[in-house]
Ligand binder design. Sequence first.
Ligand code: PLP
Length: 463
Amino acid sequence: MATTAAATRTRLQELAQRHLWLHFARMGAYGEQHDIPIIARGEGCYVWDEHGKRYLDALSALFCVNIGHGRTEVAQAGADQARELGFFTNWSYAHPPAIELAARIASLAPGDLNRVFFTSGGSEAVESALKLARQYHKLTGSPNKTKVIAREVAYHGATLGALTATGIPPMRQPFEPFTPGGCHVPNTNLYRLAPGYGVENLAESIVHRIEFEGPDTVAAVILEPVQNAGGCFTPPDGYFQRVREICDAYNVLLISDEVICSWGRLGYYFGAERYGYQPDLITTAKGITSAYAPMGAVIATDRVFAPFAEGKTSFLHGITFGGHPMAAAVAMANLDVFESEGLLEHVRENEGHLRAMLESLRDIEIVGDVRGAGYFHAIELVKDRETKERFSREEAEALVRGYLSGEMFGRGLICRADDRGDPVVQFSPPLIAGPEQFEEIESVMRPVLEEAARRVRHGELAA
Ligand SMILES: Cc1ncc(COP(=O)(O)O)c(C=O)c1O
C-alpha cells in the first residue's frame, strides 16, 4: 500500500477513495493515510499501476489470469461474438458459443462429466452445485439428504449458500444464521495434522461426520483438490480414492471445487486428473476464461444429470448471465491459447523450478513449511521452526498486514500474504511464467523474509 500526501493524489485515487467499495478490504485502512493500489495495465506476467510502476503478478490477479495479461486475441473473440450475438440467455435457450464450450469442456473433463451448467463465477457455481445436490437426492428418493460436508479453513465462496460450506469462522460469523446443513471436518494440512489423525486416515474424518450427522441427511462432500485457504494443502496419497469410496458407500455426491485448481493451475485441465479421482460434480470459474470475462460452471456426470433428463423435471435454478455468449467465446479462445502454447506441459515441466526456488528459502528461520502443486504454492511462516510454534493472532496480523503485504508490494511483487489460517505467503503465477519470474520472486522474498525473521527474533512485530 503506497503512502502519499492526500494533496498530491490523482483524480482516480480521489474517486476511488470516495466511491469504490473494495471486496474483503478494510476501507478504514486507506483514507488520508494510504493510497488504494490502482492497477491500470497488464502484459504477460506483469502489471503496471496508475503511476507506471511495474509489478510481477505472482498471483495471476486472484488465481485466475492463467494465460497472462494483455492477450488481445482472447478479448477480440468476445468482441467478434458481440457483433454476431451480444447476448442471449441459457434460460430455455441455447446459443452457439455456450453449446461449443459445453461440448469442449465435456471432452476435457474426466470420465462421464458430460453436462455443463454455466454461471457467472465461482460462488454461483458452488451455490448451484449445492442446490443441484439437494434436488438430485429429492428426485432419487432421499429427500432428507440436504447437508454438505466441507473442510475447516476452506473457502468455497461468499454467497450465503456457499458460506455454509466455507469453513473460515470470521467470514461466517457476521452473516449467521445460514441455511442449516454445513458441517466441517479436518483439512489436509499435513504440516499440522488434526489431533487423532495421521496421513493414512485423514479421510476417515468424513466417515465419522457422516455417521454423526446421520447418513440419510448428508447430500454432498465438497473439497478442493489442493485447498487454497490455509495455504495450498495438498492431499496425501490415496486420500481422494478413499473419499470416493466413502461417497459411494453412503450415497453422497463428491463435489470437486476447482474454482482455482482447474485450467492448468495444477498442470492439468482439472485437479481431479492430477490426483486420479472421479468427482460427481466439478465447480469451476476463474481460469475458464483466464478472467478475460466473468464465467463459472458446474460440470455434472451422466448419473447426476439422469433424473433431470426425464419427464417434466427441471433443475429449478438459473442465472441470467450464466453462459453469456461473449464469455463463452472468450473461454474458447482461452482454451485455444492453452493448446497452441502447450501450457499444461509448460507447467508440468517448470513447477519443479518454482518449488526449488521456494525450498531454497527454508534457510530463513521463520519459513516453517513449503507446500503446493503445479503453479500453486505456499510458504507457512512460524515463530519457531523446531517446535512449529504459531504466531499469536496479533503477531500474525502485525507480520502479514503490518509488514509483509506492504513490503512485497512496495518492492514490485504481487502475491498473497494471508492469515485466514496460520500466516502464509502464496504464489500462483500465470501459467506462462518460468525460471526468470521465479528468480524475480526469490530476489524480493529473500530480503523481505530475512527482515521479517529479524523482527520476529527481536520482538519487533508491530501492526
Ligand atoms: C475454491 C473456491 N470456491 C469458490 C470460490 C468463489 O469464487 P468467486 O470469487 O468467483 O465467486 C473461490 C474464490 O476464490 C474459491 O477459491
